[in-house]
Design a protein around this ligand. Structure first.
Ligand code: TUI
Length: 316
């Protein structure tokens, strides 16, 4: 197993998923203070937003943190420049190929960790100089690839020599232990941190995640090539019906525009995009980020102890 805590200067191998609108400096600083890696999401935001978030985070913690830049963001160039100017210790990316930025980010001193959803892109990222990859299975919330975490992690781990961080469907110690058994050196958790006390998210959205069961997520946007996993609601019923009726990409974009803000800021659980992973069914209550980290690490330890019993013929 490769050492992710040493690479990132953190206590526990737990990285907070970058959730647009949700993962602001309040949540990111709480995760970093709890011994994991907090990550500021920039989503569709601009350079001024990211600069402000980095500076605010630094007022409340001296711990390492990451910023995530979504490659579909039209301001991606400017956001990369802000990450370098502000000397963000870790730069992560999602929803695309950040290859052209990696050399410059490395020169600026950043640890670079692209989020990928295939072994092929993981290999390209390693060749381009990435320090690690997050391999995100399609159980995750938000924009997803095609492969499940169970299958993606071992195949990415076989394909590259850099550390692999598992994501998608991990919300407790059992999932965390499984990630390591599949060949990961760390894990990224999104959905459970959405329900952290420090996450500034409309209570109605958190309550829907906490109430969700195993089959309560659906994937919108498959017809347009941009699949996004969200909790089922009135909006998804309408969108999925219109996708079946061959809606155009433009009509789809118009229908979805502003819906994530509606969920996170306005708490509109009927017509907002309640992005969440399949692990929503495992999230039972609102807890502090530090409590979530302790629960995951203690749960992992319990799995390890029970496996030890199995191999050593002890009690199980
Ligand atoms: O990026 C994510 N999750 C996200 S981004 C996001 S913001 C958004 N909002 C509305 C609609 C669409 C996006 C919400 N959730 N996760 C990381 C991730 N990256 N998952 C999958 C990928 C991915 C997919 C294809 C990465 C690269 C890729 O292909 C790149 C290429 O060019 O080969």
């Amino acid at each position: 197993m490769k050492d992710i805590t040493g690479l990132l200067g953190i206590q526990y191998p737990i990285i907070q998923g970058a959730m647009a609108w949700v993962a602001e400096y309040h949540l990111a600083s709480a995760v970093s203070e709890g011994g994991g890696l907090g990550v500021i999401a920039s989503g569709a935001a601009d350079a001024d937003f990211l600069r402000g978030q980095i500076r605010s985070l630094r007022q409340v913690t001296n711990r390492p943190f990451g910023v995530n830049i979504m490659m579909m963001n039209p301001f991606a160039d400017d956001l990369m420049q802000v990450a370098m100017d502000e000397k963000a210790p870790v730069v992560m990316t999602g929803a695309g190929n950040p290859g052209k930025y990696i050399e410059r980010l490395k020169e600026a001193g950043a640890t670079v960790i692209p989020v990928i959803a295939s072994a092929a892109l993981a290999k390209r990222m390693e060749r381009a100089g990435a320090d690690a990859v997050v391999a995100e299975g399609c159980e995750a919330g938000g924009h997803i690839g095609e492969i499940t975490t169970m299958n993606l992690i071992p195949q990415v781990a076989d394909a590259v020599n850099i550390p692999v961080i598992a994501a998608g469907g991990i919300a407790d110690g059992r999932g965390a232990a499984a990630a390591f058994l599949l060949g990961a050196s760390g894990l990224q958790v999104g959905t459970r941190f959405l329900c952290a006390k420090e996450a500034v998210v409309a209570q109605a959205y958190k309550d829907r995640v906490i109430a969700a069961g195993d089959t309560d997520t659906v994937v919108t946007g498959r017809s347009t090539g941009h699949p996004v996993r969200v909790l089922r609601n009135k909006m998804t019923r309408e969108v999925l019906a219109r996708e079946k009726a061959n809606i155009t990409s433009e009509e789809f974009e118009e229908l979805m525009s502003g819906t994530l803000r509606k969920a996170v800021v306005d708490g509109d659980t009927d017509f907002g995009s309640l992005m969440a992973g399949q692990s929503a069914g495992l999230v039972k209550k609102e807890q502090s980020a530090a409590e979530i980290i302790t629960d995951i690490t203690e749960g992992m330890k319990a799995v390890y102890v029970s496996l030890g019993g199995y191999f050593e013929g002890g009690e199980r």
